[in-house]
Design a protein around this ligand. Sequence first.
Ligand code: DGJ
Length: 728
Amino acid sequence: MIVLDKKNKVFTLHTQNTTYQMKADQYNVLIHTYYGPRISGGDLSYLVRYADRACAPNPVEAGPDRTYSLNTIPQEYSTCGVGDFRLPSIELELPCGSCSADLRYTGFELRQGKYALEGLPAFRGTDKDAETLVLLLEDTAAQVKVELYYGVFEEYDLITRAVRVVNQGGQTVRLRQCTSLCLDLLRTDLDLITFNGCHLMERSPDRAPLRSGVQGVGSVRGTSSHQHNPFVILCDHNADEDHGFCCGAMLLYSGNFQAQVESSQYSNARLVMGINPHQFCWTLEPGESFTAPEGALVCSPSGFGQMSRQFHRSIREHLIQDPFQGKRRPVLINNWEATYFNFDADKLVNFAKTAAPLGIELLVMDDGWFGKRDDDNSGLGDWTVNQKKLPGGLEALVPRIRELGMSFGIWIEPEMVNEDSQFYREHPDWAFRIPNRTPARGRNQLVLDFSRSDVRAHVYRQIKAVLSSADITYVKWDMNRSLSDVWSAALPARRQGEVFHRYILGVYEMLDQLRRDFPYILIEGCAGGGGRFDAGMLCYTPQIWCSDNTDAIDRLRIQYGTSFGYPISAMGAHVSAVPNEANGRVTPIGTRGVAAMAGTFGYEMDPNKTSPEEKEAIKEQVAFFKEHYDLIQRGDYYRLTDPFQNGPYTAWEHVSPDRREALVSLVSGTIHAAAPFYTLQLKGLDPQLTYQVNGEGIWPGDVLMNAGYPLPVFWNDYQSMQLLLSAI
Ligand code: DGJ
């Protein structure tokens, strides 16, 4: 609910559990007054105190009042160069060479439903579930208008933010920075949690109290990256899964980003999040506008669990696009770890012959089916079927898979090219390179200039022909190197600062085209595993391959970290063969199944190399997953333990929205003789209801949540168990 106090220019956004407030003050500076647990409202600007602080410049409107300074008040969208020395949200370079921004409130607009952003991913909402507030600001000297957009999804505690900058004057303005959100909190006794890692070990939470100065994460790799994620949390020092204030901030963006927090001298914490200003500069000619990607905030007064569940619901119901928002996704088998490049049509058909009777529904043919592609040194760019491997093409192969009762999916990597390819020989100038430099290779490939519509159109024509040639219902869109040598032959020198952003806009445009041309195709995002796992991609690809690390035990950590912001239904997770390809670990097939069920669930192994017992186990896992699909994929998710604590086990729980059903999953760690007995306290159940556990014992909900369930003593490392609870 948006409450306006027009007279005092106070704007209050209420969600079910939170309140967010801004006010245009006596000088029309838009100040931030409150974000936290839901309160009745009123004008909260009394929280902002004023004092004469040395070295704090005073704007001319304040006259002799030396207590008023932009450097000490909480700004809703921070400016620079005119008195606030903290992190800027916007920086304008004017023709005279000056860099600054000075914004004053000029008005507002209220709209039913949720605003949309052209060409950018965004949460969607109808008149029934969302409202929009637009606050209008102006920099009169620069003749620039700034529109701040707020989308309020009351039921989800979700507040989305976006920013549009319009050059209203007659001179060229260069936008050197334009963040998506700024959040000034009147306190610094907070922890910052970021999600960091590397290829094979993505999104490990890192938690530290705010220190004086600037701290944060970002990416300059052209992707959101394996190393850092565009999702951060600010929280109470003692916040945990079930207690304490926490605020999650997410950017719907898949390119270079930055999330920074400045803990400043007078107990103010400022979070700014948006496109990374490194190598960014956008030229706005008179009349032109720029829209920053969407940011999203969820604040929870009661710990991380509630915050995550609200993000999960928001993403599932308002970001994932139809038809995959509500549609069941298939259990798949992917040939990558089983064959790498060494496969042909018969091998794939033999996969399907064994996989189909086990209940697996989709066969995905990974890298290696096109051009000259027997290893990762050649072929990218030539999106035509390799007839040696697949005689007669997809037209011949796909019906053979369909006849076995499975659907068919295919891998592509449209943004890349190998120098050893027909494509590159014909268009060497379409790959990124800086004049007079030789571009760096990554996985021996170059990056195509996706900021150019002609390059995209050429690639898309090939991909479209492939997807139209057979009954294909799934695409894995991969991307296997970071961007370097970024320079576009299609843009003048003064616009080269736009290339990184135009590249990602190009990726979004092609994904959107693919979605529109083939609405029935499920697209799974991927970037060397989880190198582009972000809410921007989720708008086009309902699921993303979480990591190239398929070891069940490492996955517990990767999926745990990922779950803080992103839902189970977004996390690509497969059962693979042992010893694991990434770390050599051997885990039981049951444990691998339980770990993969904390994601989209599928297989990545040669089914013909499995024993009869393993086949039986797979059949049971698939049947179990299908039976409890809604509970696992659409239920509320509870983290019961933190796998980074190296405790005796890792456990998590899915609870149905009506709390009548729950599934508890647990994987034990390394065992020790003479270990103590453990009981597991469950969460999210109805304390008034009684539950039957695994069709046997009867337990009251309050007993299971407080006294706990007695765990068996495990014999051997990495065992697993599942408890299915149904209310009676
Ligand atoms: C990286 C992906 O993460 C893998 O799953 C696989 O598709 C390879 N690329 C193929 O080159």
